[in-house]
Design a protein. Structure first.
Length: 752
């Protein structure tokens, strides 16, 4: 105990030791909250003798849960494996596997991902004869998801005059009925979507008090990470679970609440004290991640928000360099300046590309940055793109696996019934669905006696399909996940169809399916996986996120991602691009103070990802919706105290720290008024002559005239030979001063 307590500061130690009763840890950015949570749980197990089976720790990503479990295991050993630890969805999916029968679901219910849900909604919209352009699936899905997150059932939705009135005003009066049909079809298919995993847990606790009572007494200690990101449904569940023992500890930072669009409610953390009169509040305010300059710059930004819990984040780290503000004529030039800056910083400070991240408000901003990085041969990776498990061929095989496990799964049935093609068209599928609905039986019941319902030549292929699925289902009872999956991939004909497609795309799809089978084999061979069944593997796949599953063979790359994706991460060098009005803050988030404050919190999150250096950039013009538009610098630049910022015109001469403390702020405010009259001059690119050849720089001295293939002509101002790499500070005409590593710089000496 003493060993790990000695590594904690006073508030952290208080948070670890005081484990009884309700507690809220307000954890500022970089304050070591994961360490505190880890040691708090370790203390419960190791020093207070608490059974790990009675501790529940809820996180928002599988990655966070895995990291925390590994840390705890280092302290307490294998007992850490017995914790109820994971994401909200994974933990309550596990609970529902045991208790779903109370709600009329099979215990091996299917979990629909977003694509499965949208596919079913499209089918329902079509069956109801509704205009798919009016009832766009994304809109309908979001509306239903938001209702579930607010614990509104389809019955309550249809009787709520406000919700129905909103739908009517938006020319979509049938959303309530779509919700009804969707919920009933999911139930009939023995399936739950992601929102149902929480919605049904709350329903279970409300309607079956004996089940709630069992878990209230089983879970003695409840810990919730990233509490500011919880929605109403999640909060109600944890409040019910903790009602008896009252040993609930929530950890979060209201300044990092950025997921309102997903249903997160910042009021959960702002008003938590009202629900627990004897609440212990502990503030973790020391930042261990960033320099003083970055911490103070972030504090000056978030101070502009009115709705927040008071705290004073500080750091004992070094002062650090000022925040650098880069201005560009266009978004393309912004990309070039950022790429050039990354290359220069890497070379001068002996960094890795993986030390750098470029953050943006929207995915569409990556284009210009990507092009510039490619031109400079800088490797990069995008986090948040199409994940492995979202590729068509992967989803096809997963649908076969799911349907072999659960024949009530309508979404999987629709995906595989004619894949590979077996002569069962859309009209036949529609007949099957209609027959099932008319006779109040399942689709699987219709398939097993198809001839009377479909007639014609389709009955034969359907019988073959049914027999194949029955065979797969029987094999699941005796085979592990890999053996069963491999047999299904072959027996279904999917592998053969992909193998016979010799195009580049076909080969790639075949390799992807093989990689999925490899992943299943890896899962089965993992000694820590007690359950080797296909059902267990599919549940893990369904709950996986794109970031959690990112596997990069070459880790030394610049990372590109949206700021939302960067939550919880940290990098030595951070570039935040596109700091312009209507882009950041987004024009979609300016209708209320609460929306603007969430955008400011998003900016705060972006700033606090930086450890050593922070760069901000904006463009004076940008293509939006096919048109070139003039842009104004973001109002958030005004929020940064001028003491912590310096203005840069990269490769047009670097300004030193502003000569007076109001220079930077005056610049940012003034540029909004004079944007038309004071355009940024675009530096003219130097072209080296055809016979350019670099010289041996071993004899380079101060005062020598040199030529560079990119920067042109210059004079050596200073030599630095103190380290292992010789450097030269050179003043280039029209460019300014550059410090170059002579082992990389290509210089031609013009005189001796």
């Amino acid at each position: 105990m003493a060993d790990y307590l000695d590594s904690l500061n006073a508030p952290q130690r208080e948070a670890v030791i005081n484990t009884e009763g309700p507690c809220m840890l307000i954890a500022g950015a970089g304050s070591g909250k994961t360490r505190v949570l880890t040691y708090r749980i370790a203390n419960l197990i190791q020093n207070k003798g608490v059974d790990p089976f009675s501790i529940m720790a809820l996180t928002f990503t599988n990655k966070a849960a895995k990291e925390m479990r590994e840390r705890i295991e280092k302290v307490v050993g294998h007992d850490a494996r017995n914790l109820w630890m994971g994401t909200f969805h994974s933990v309550f999916a596990r609970l529902l596997r045991s208790e779903a029968h109370h709600l009329g679901y099979p215990n091996n219910f299917t979990i629909y991902d977003t694509d499965d849900s949208k596919s079913l909604l499209r089918s329902i919209t079509k069956e109801m004869g509704l205009d798919e352009t009016q009832y766009k699936v994304n809109t309908v899905y979001s509306r239903i998801s938001a209702a579930k997150n607010r614990l509104i059932s389809w019955q309550e939705y249809l009787t709520n005059p406000i919700l129905m009135g909103d739908d009517a005003a938006n020319m979509r009066p049938e959303i309530g009925n779509i919700y009804k049909n969707y919920a009933l079809r999911c139930f009939k298919s023995g399936a739950m979507d992601f929102d149902d995993l929480l919605f049904n847990t709350d329903k279970l606790f409300k309607e079956h008090l004996e089940v709630l009572n069992k878990y209230q007494h089983r879970i003695n200690y409840l810990l919730v990470d990233e509490f500011q990101d919880t929605n109403l449904c999640q909060y109600y569940i944890i409040r019910k679970l903790a009602a008896v023992k009252q040993n609930i500890c929530v950890v979060g930072d209201d300044a990092q609440s950025i997921y309102a669009f997903r249903g997160a409610d910042i009021r959960n953390i702002l008003n938590f004290e009202k629900d627990y009169a004897d609440l212990r509040i502990i503030k973790l305010e020391q930042n261990y991640r960033s320099t003083k300059t970055i911490v103070e710059a972030a504090n000056s930004v978030i101070a502009k928000n009115k709705a927040q819990l008071p705290k004073n984040v500080w750091t004992a780290n070094v002062e650090g360099s000022p925040v650098e503000l880069i201005k560009a004529v266009s978004d393309n030039e912004e990309g070039k300046l950022v790429a050039s800056s990354i290359f220069e910083e890497k070379m001068q400070h002996h960094l890795k590309f993986s030390d750098f991240v470029i953050l943006y408000r929207t995915n569409s901003q990556s284009r210009a940055v990507e092009e510039s990085l490619r031109r400079m041969n800088i490797k990069y990776k995008i986090i948040g793109g199409l994940s492995f498990y979202q590729r068509k061929e992967i989803k096809d095989l997963l649908a076969y696996l799911r349907y072999s496990l659960n024949q009530q799964d309508e979404a999987s049935f629709r995906r595989i019934i004619n894949l590979p093609k077996r002569g069962i068209g859309d009209s036949t599928i529609d007949k099957i669905v209609v027959a099932a609905n008319d006779h109040a039986i399942s689709i699987w019941d219709v398939l097993q006696n198809a001839a009377p319902f479909v007639g014609g030549r389709a009955a034969g292929p359907i019988d073959d399909f049914v027999n194949m699925i029955k065979r797969f289902s029987i094999e699941l009872q005796t085979k592990d996940a890999y053996e069963a999956s491999h047999d299904i991939a072959k027996g279904s004909g999917l592998l053969r169809e992909l193998y016979e497609d010799k195009t580049v795309e076909g080969l790639s799809r075949y390799e992807n399916v093989q990689e999925l089978l490899n992943a299943i084999k890896e899962y089965v061979d993992d000694p820590e996986k007690e359950d080797k069944s296909l059902a267990a593997f599919l549940q893990e796949v369904s709950l996986a996120s794109s970031v959690d599953n990112d596997k990069d063979n070459d880790p030394d790359k610049v990372t590109l991602m949206t700021i939302h994706m960067a939550k919880g991460l940290e990098f030595k060098y951070v570039y935040i691009v596109g700091l312009e009005e209507d882009l950041f803050p987004s024009q979609m988030m300016l209708s209320s103070r609460s929306e603007l404050e969430e955008e400011r919190r998003l900016f705060y999150v972006a700033i606090t990802r930086a450890e050593s250096r922070l760069f901000l950039s904006y463009a004076l013009s940008r293509y939006r919706f096919g048109r070139l538009k003039n842009c104004e610098p973001s109002r958030f630049l005004d929020d940064i105290d001028s003491r912590y910022i310096k203005v840069s015109t990269r490769f047009g001469g670097m300004d030193s720290v502003a000569p007076n403390p109001n220079f930077a702020k005056t610049f940012v405010s003034g540029i909004k008024k004079t944007i038309a009259s004071q355009p940024v001059a675009k530096p003219t690119a130097y072209r080296a002559p055809a016979d350019f050849a670099p010289s041996d720089t071993s004899s380079l001295k101060e005062g020598m005239k040199v030529e560079h293939p990119k920067f042109g002509f210059g004079t050596v101002l200073q030599m630095d030979v103190s380290g292992t790499d010789r450097k030269a500070k050179i003043s280039f005409t029209g460019i300014g001063e550059k410090t170059l590593l002579l082992s990389f710089a290509k210089l031609r000496i013009l005189d001796n």
